[in-house]
Design a protein around this ligand. Sequence first.
Ligand code: PMP
Ligand code: GLU
Length: 398
Amino acid sequence: MALRISRIVEALEPSATMAMAAKAKQLKASGKTVYDFSLGEPDFNTPEHICQAAIDAMQAGHTHYTAANGIPELREAIARQFKDTHGLTYGANDVVVSNGAKHSLHNVFTTLCNPGDEVIIPAPYWVSYAELVKLTGAVPVIIETEQANDFRLTPEQFKKAITPKTTMLLVCSPSNPTGSMYSPADLAALADIVLERNLTVVSDEIYERLVYGKHKFATFAGVRPGMQERTIIVNGASKAYAMTGWRIGWTLSPTNIAKAMSDLQSQETSNPSSVSQYAALAAVTGPQQCVDDMLVEFAKRREFVRERIASIPGLSCPEMGGAFYAFINIKEHLGREYAGVRVDNSAQWCLTLLEQQNVAAVMGSAFGAEGYARISFATSMDILKAGFDRIEAFISGK
Ligand code: PMP
Ligand code: GLU
C-alpha cells in the first residue's frame, strides 16, 4: 500500500537546478566527461582561514547547540558588516542565522504569509521562490518581464499586478537566473509603490558581492526612508565565500519579524551547525581579499561567456550585471532537429544537449521563462571553453 502524501507537498515541484545537477553527476559516475553548467555554486574551495576557524571551533569544544537564531558574535558581525557597507543600523537581534539562504527564505514566507495572500514574483525567478510560497498556502503571482528591459519589473507592471490580496514583493538583484540588476533608481521607483500600497519586500541579496564593471549594488532596505521597516533582507555565506556546503544563510529584518522567525526556527531545526557558524564568523570578520580574488576570476569568465554567446548565431542574453549566470535566449533554435531529435522547448533542448554533448544547462521553463537556458559560469575556464565548443557544435549540427 502506498502511503499518502499531503496535498501541499504532493503539489510541490522538485528543484530543477538540483535535478539537473543530479543528472549530470549520474552521467559523471558512469565514466563520462560532463561539462556541468547546471548548479550555481562557486568551484573554488572555501578559503583556508575560514576552514581553519572551523577546525579551531571544533577543537575549542564549540560542538553543542547554540542559540536557535545563531551565536551572538556572528549576528553582531553580520549587522556590523551591513552597517559598514550600507550605512543602515541593525541590532544582533534583528539577524537570524539559518541553514542556508534557502532556509532563510522558508522562514520568511512561513512567518509572513497567510493562506490566500498574494506574493508578487517577477519572472524569470529562481526555482525555489514560488514553491516555498505555495508551502504556506499563499499564492505566487508571477509577472513576466522582458529581455529588452534586462528582465526588470517595471513600476507599471508592478502597479498593475497589485490586488487587495497582495502583501509582498520579492526581488532578487543581482538575479538568479538572469544575472541582471536593478539600479538604485529602479529600486527606488518600486519602493515608492511599496510604501504607497503598504506592502512588504523580500530582497534576496545573496549575490550582493558578485557585481561587475559599472554596475552598482543597492540594498532595497536603503533606497527610500521607511523601507528598512518593511524589507526582509536575505543573504548568506554560500556564494561570496564559496561556502555552499556549510549551509549558512541569514536575514536582516525588523526585530519583531526576527523574533518570530527565531521562534519558528527553534521548533523546526534549532540552530544551524555550530561549526559552520564559527566558519561564517571568520568569513564575515576576516580578510575580504578572498571575495575580491574570486570576483576577478568570475569577471574573466563572464567576459568569455558573453563573447561566446554573441558569436553563436541566434543566441543572446541580457546584460550580466552580477551573479554567475548567463540566461541564454535559445528561441531561434527551437522547433528544429538536433541529430534527428526534434526539440520544441527549453526542457527538450537542455536534455538533448546533455545526451548528445554531455553539457548540462538548466531549462528556462524551470525559472518561469520558456525559450531560455541557464548556464552557470562558476566553473573553470577550461570547462567553459570545452563546453561552449560543444554548445556551438550542437547548434550548428556538427
Ligand atoms: N537565493 C538565490 C537567488 C540563490 O541562487 C540561492 C542558491 N543557492 C539561494 C538563495 C540559496 O542559497 P543557500 O545555498 O545559502 O541555501
Ligand atoms: N542556487 C543555486 C542554483 O540556482 C543552487 C541550487 C539550488 O539551491 O537550487 O543553481
